[in-house]
Design a protein around this ligand. Structure first.
Ligand SMILES: [Zn+2]
Length: 137
């Protein structure tokens, strides 16, 4: 289900992140020189200072490192409560994505929870959201 949300304005660097979900891929910019993952995407590697970067499909698995439950209805059509979270990618712990945790009861979300990306299409963007990894997967 798509919820009404303010959508980002994309640019050359960020377009892949917001559209990779069309192919089921979470695309994070990666340095072609040293393989460092760069987020938010900037076209510049802070490790080796290369400008040779490209979108790279990651697993979409992450861990919640911070979260809060919002109960305030900021927009008339916005269902509450919902979970705001920062998640760290399994591939590189300093890649932090600000997102919502979905497909679970907000009170069951905790720091350290393993989550998996899913995408919510909203106009021509696929917003990366995360849901708990089902046990046994
Ligand atoms: Zn690099």
């Amino acid at each position: 289900m798509s919820v009404p949300r303010p959508l980002p304005v994309t640019d050359r660097d960020s377009a892949a992140y917001w559209t990779g979900g069309a192919n089921g891929q979470l695309l994070i910019e990666r340095c072609n020189g040293c393989a460092y993952l760069i987020h938010p995407p900037t076209g510049f590697c802070p490790v080796c200072e290369s400008r040779d970067t490209a979108p790279h499909a990651v697993s979409g698995r992450a861990s919640i490192i911070s979260c809060t439950v919002n109960h305030k209805q900021w927009m008339p059509d916005l269902p509450v409560p919902y979970v705001l979270a920062l998640v760290a990618l399994d591939e590189q712990a300093d890649v932090l994505l600000a997102t919502n945790i979905v497909d679970c009861a907000p009170e069951t979300v905790f720091i350290g929870m393993k989550v998996q990306v899913r995408f919510e299409q909203n106009e021509d963007l696929w917003v990366p959201l995360f849901a708990p990894v089902e046990s046994g997967k």
